[in-house]
Design a protein around this ligand. Sequence first.
Ligand SMILES: *[C@@H]1O[C@H](CO)[C@@H](O)[C@H](O)[C@H]1NC(C)=O
Length: 347
Amino acid sequence: MATRTGAWAAVAGAAVVAVLSAALALYGSPLDAVLKRAFSLHNAHSVRGMEDALQLVRNVVPPLTAKKHKGQDGRVGVVGGCREYTGAPYFAAISALKVGADLSHVFCTQEAAPVIKAYSPELIVHPVLDSPDAVHDVEKWLPRLHALVVGPGLGRDDVLLSNVKDILEASKARGIPVVIDADGLWLIAQQPALIRGYQKAVLTPNHVEFSRLSEAVLGDPLDGQDRRGAVLRLSQALGNVTVVQKGERDVISDGEQVLECSQEGSGRRCGGQGDLLSGSLGVLVHWALQAGPERTDGFSPLLVAAFGACALTRQCSHQAFQKHGRSTTTTDMIAEVGPAFSRLFET
Ligand SMILES: *[C@@H]1O[C@H](CO)[C@@H](O)[C@H](O)[C@H]1NC(C)=O
C-alpha cells in the first residue's frame, strides 16, 4: 500500500535535489548527468506500483446510492467546439457522462451547437462561445459546475481564445477545477500566467503540445531522455500545476511527485482519445477533490485523478482494440468506458 512515508521521502528527496541544483549552478554542467541520474533514481522510490495507484483512484469514486439527487456526482462543462471541430467536445462531454457525471454541458460556437446536439440528446449544449456576451453567458453557469474541460475542438480563432481567457479567469476566481487540453494549451503557451500557480488546474499535453509549453515556460528544448524530469520541471515552473504528458507511458506530476501510468492500451492512435481522457478527468478531478487528501493517502487529489483518467483511457483503448483491431476508433473506445471502469475501479 501507498504510505505517507513515501510522500515524505519524496519531499526530502526534492530538497536534496534543490541543494544539488544549487551546487550545479556553482560548479557548472559536468554534474548535470549525475544530477539527472540521482533525480530519476529518487523518483523511482516514490512511485508506487500501478495497483497501489489504482487503489487510490478507487478510494475517491463515490458510491452509487438512492439518496443522492441529480447533479451531486458531477456537473461538468466542456468549453470548445467551433465550425471545424465538433467531434472533440462531443467526445469529451459524453465521456464525462459515461464515467459518471450527472450532467454534461458543452459551451461552443453558434454554428457548432446544432451539430453537437444532433450527435447526442444527452448533452446540454450552449451556443455562446462566439457571442458578444460569451463570458457572461458562461459565467452564469459557473456556480452550477464542478469542473471545466477547456480546449477540445476550440480552434485558434482570436476572438474565441480571448473569450476563453476571460472564462478561465472567472473560473479561477470561483475556484473551479479546470482541465486544459488541445488548443486550450495553445492559449496557455501564449500566456502561461493565465494558469501559473492555480492549484486546481491540470494540463494534458501530447508530445507536441508539451514541447511548445516547455519552450514557452522554460525556454528549454525538450530533453527526450528524461521525461519524468521534464514533466516535473514544467509543473514546478508553472507553480505546481498538475501536468499529464501523454505518450507511450503517461507521465504525471504535481511539482512534487511523479507518477507513470503504463496500463496496457493499444497501438491505435486515432484522433479523439485525448478527448476521452480530458472528459473523464473532468469528473475524476471533482470526485478526488471532494474526497480530499485523506482518501488519497496524502497525495494530491489531482495527481490521483489524472492517473485514473490515464488508466481508464488506456483500458478503453485496449478493450476496443480487442474487438475491432485496426478499425478501432474513439467511438469504439467510448463504448468501453462502462466495462473498463468497472474492471479497473470496481473490483
Ligand atoms: C512546488 O512543489 C515543490 C515540491 O514540493 C516545492 O519545493 C515548491 O516550493 C512548490 N512551488 C510552489 C510555487 O508552490
